[in-house]
Design a protein around this ligand. Structure first.
Ligand code: ADP
Ligand code: MG
Length: 589
């Protein structure tokens, strides 16, 4: 595969470096340190850059990996190769424990939480007797393969960089998959991801574990490089530095982690060795200069150096069109006579003193387009949120095909075949249209993270992308398939949301102001698409302010005003209803 070619090239270059004649041994030491930092930063890329979870505590996980192998191999004489899986497991298990507490925190509390356990664990490392307190553990055996003992930095170099390249490959694979899309959707908030069945706490925990295991791997290698461990490199300062590395390199990019590690490690080294010469030995100044240079670098390349560098290269779009002949199994639908698909029964939602939805009842039949109209603030979007489980009703109930679904979370509602778009578009702007739409098919794929990392998900993935491509063609955006969603006009982004909702293979489509921002021709095309969907057996409930569009399209109209239903009927009767004209249409006209 041609996007793996640069990685192969990189691996070959790294493999050749130690054989360059006259290569100073000190450079190899630097490269070892870069590799170790790159592993941790790569995990942070996934956690912070991609998943939006800022962690200051990654150094603690390096500590878990390092101390696990130190205790087992130095104190108990266990072979380092046996301690490798144990180091990773210990880091992973602590990630689960700390993650379960931490991923529930939001806003500023999450980074503060990671800082807190970063500090706490540092003190734990330095106080526990069996970890050697502040002195740590020494006499850790070197790694060895047969008779080849990795006693010096040049020999463990290969182990470190094999680990970096393999980890990068697995991480890139993970990001480019069903699970990866779910992780990438986290940064845009949980509502959109959950609307398509993503279990967001689980996805967050997964990236936590992934990042911790990579840090643990770094720690394991570190312990066998230094052959001694003490608490210092696993403290909060190191944790902050790892975050720095990820941000400088480009926190959204796996290779940004490697590049950031190279920049920071080399910069620190250069400053430490040359600054005292220039400034005649006034110590500690390098920290200040280092800080200033990093801030300057971030001014130059705010998203990190990696994306800045790749933007200078001639762009190659990996716009391979999916094979749309691949099919996903379709939902089984009741054919024949129309029945009540959705029943909203005296639904009520109160926000403090505001009654956003006031005992509203209406239904949607199969093969029917129902419009929900009313002035701004009438409670239309809130009604959508009640139906889709984003909000729980204060009172009343909602049934789908006769089954009550009160208090069901969004992940369960979407399984019933109800999918939606959002009034305020919720796409991931730096993902392509194709990838965004494929999130809609999340529940129709099976592959998990391990399968994705090992590329065993390709058949499943091809079917998901084929479905996404088909829906994109259906809504008329085939030409934009490989563009970044954020580069489209707002009107087009709304249409992308419709394609994403269609990927669910829904029975009922909820569209919140789908025609806003569309031009006349685009509106006509949208209306034709919705009619075609209805005639194909789907139901549509839409909120829309363009009365020409609504009255032409809807089979039935429900009118809300101040949270209360004031009318319901065919477009013709609604148009001439005096109360509706007074409350809404008069204003619209
Ligand atoms: P519409 O979509 O019809 O314009 P909304 O459903 O968005 O109206 O809002 C209905 C009312 O509920 C408004 O007065 C709005 O301010 C209020 N509201 C909506 N969401 C919330 C919320 N999360 N917290 C408090 N008030 C809200
Ligand atoms: Mg609204």
């Amino acid at each position: 595969m041609n996007d793996r070619l640069p990685i192969l090239f990189f691996a070959l270059v790294m493999a050749a470096i130690p054989f360059i004649p006259g290569m100073p041994p000190f450079w190899i030491v630097l490269l070892d340190n870069i590799g170790l930092a790159a592993l941790v930063a790569m995990g942070l890329v996934l956690l912070t850059g991609v998943g939006g979870l800022t962690s200051f505590g990654q150094a603690a996980f390096v500590g878990f990996g390092a101390y696990t192998t130190a205790v087992l191999s130095a104190t108990y004489g266990v072979s380092p190769w046996l301690t490798l899986p144990l180091s990773l497991i210990v880091s992973g298990v602590f990630a689960v424990l700390l993650g379960l507490i931490t991923v529930r925190l939001s806003g500023h509390y999450l980074p503060l939480g990671t800082l807190a356990w970063g500090l706490g664990l540092f003190y734990l490392f330095s106080k526990l007797e069996f970890l050697g307190r502040n002195d740590g553990i020494s006499a850790i055996p070197p790694l060895s393969i047969g008779g080849y003992r990795m006693l010096d930095p040049a020999s463990i170099y290969f182990a470190i960089w094999v680990a970096v390249v393999l980890s990068a490959l697995l991480t890139v694979n993970l990001l480019d998959s069903r699970t990866g899309r779910a992780i990438r959707a986290l940064r845009r908030g949980h509502i959109a991801a959950e609307a398509f069945g993503v279990h967001t706490p689980r996805a967050k925990l997964l990236v936590f574990i992934h990042a911790a295991v990579l840090a643990g791997l770094s720690g394991w290698l570190y312990a066998h490089l230094q052959r001694a461990v003490n608490p210092t490199p696993f403290g909060a300062q190191a944790g902050i530095e790892y975050l720095f590395i990820a941000v400088v390199g480009g926190a959204g990019y796996v290779w940004g982690g490697v590049l950031g590690a190279a920049i920071v490690v080399i910069l620190k080294e250069v400053l430490q060795s040359y600054l005292p010469l220039i400034l005649h030995g006034s110590g500690q100044l390098e920290t200040i200069v280092f800080g200033i240079m990093l801030v300057a670098l971030l001014q130059l390349a705010p998203a990190g150096v990696w994306p800045w560098l790749t933007s200078l290269l001639p762009l190659r779009t990996n716009g391979k069109a999916p094979d749309t002949s691949l099919l996903l199994p379709a939902r089984i639908r009741a054919a024949g006579a129309s029945e009540v698909l959705l029943q909203v029964d005296k639904a009520r939602k109160q926000f403090g003193g505001v009654i956003a939805v006031n005992n509203v009842s209406f239904d949607v039949q199969t093969r029917e387009i129902v419009a929900l109209i009313g002035p701004n603030g009438a409670g239309k979007s809130t009604t959508f949120n009640l139906i889709t489980g984003v909000l729980t009703a204060t009172a009343g109930s909602i049934s789908v095909l006769g089954r009550k679904v009160d208090n069901a979370p969004p992940q369960e509602i979407v399984k019933l075949g109800i999918s939606r778009t959002f009034q305020h578009v919720k796409l991931v702007p730096d993902m392509t249209v194709l990838e965004n739409v494929a999130i809609g098919a999340h529940l129709r794929g099976q592959s998990g993270p391990i399968a994705s990392m090992l590329r065993l998900d390709r058949a499943d993935e091809a079917r998901l992308l084929a479905e996404a491509a088909r829906q994109i063609e259906r809504v008329g955006l085939a030409d934009q398939m490989h563009q970044l969603a954020g580069s489209l006009s707002l009107g087009q982004q709304r249409i992308v949301e419709i394609a994403r909702a269609l990927c669910v293979d829904p029975m009922l489509l909820l569209l919140d102001e789908p025609a806003a921002g569309l031009r006349h021709m685009e509106k006509q095309r949208l209306a034709a698409l919705l009619r075609q969907l209805r005639d194909g057996g789907m139901s549509v409930l839409l909120v829309e302010h363009d009365m020409g569009f609504v009255m032409d399209l809807a089979d039935r109209v429900v009118v809300l005003d101040f949270g209360t239903k004031i009318a319901e009927g065919t477009p013709a009767t609604i148009k001439s209803n005096p109360e509706v004209i007074k409350a809404y249409l008069g204003v619209a006209a």
